[in-house]
Design a protein. Structure first.
Length: 136
């Protein structure tokens, strides 16, 4: 896997706080991926994605951040892939919405992971330790 594309809200950042708070294991996962040479990006429906990630001191992990309200995540993920000069099959997508994960996986034929903190499925559960930049 050459890159991981993350949704932001309720994946990297917990919503509902006055100041953005990273999910508990966010920094550990991002550091692990960085050490393994995996590129990272964000594709979010939140127009303020960059400023929120900057406020949470996470923006520096990402090679590309797009935040735009679209009805589908597919155009956002395609934009990220183009910006990183990668094919969708070279990337994994992580979202908290199963519908978005499934749509991206099926439309773009790429690996997609759904995290759901309310159900106890976190970023650690997609086994980031198994990802390396050359593991494709």
């Amino acid at each position: 896997m050459k890159a991981v594309i993350f949704d932001m809200d309720d994946v990297l950042i917990h919503e509902g706080f006055d100041t953005p708070r990273p999910a508990n294991e966010t920094r550990d996962v991002l550091e692990m991926l960085k050490e393994r040479g995996v590129r990272m990006a964000v594709a979010s429906h939140n127009d303020d994605a960059r400023s929120i990630l900057e406020a949470a001191s996470l923006a520096h992990y990402f090679q590309y951040i797009v935040g735009r309200d679209e009805t589908s995540k597919v155009p956002l993920v395609l934009e990220v892939c183009a910006a990183l000069n990668l094919k969708p099959a070279e990337c994994a997508y992580v979202d908290d919405c199963a519908w978005h994960s499934t749509e991206v996986a099926n439309t773009l034929d790429m690996r997609a992971i759904t995290v759901d903190y309310m159900r106890g499925v976190s970023l650690q559960d997609f086994h980031p330790e198994s990802l390396h930049a050359d593991s494709l």
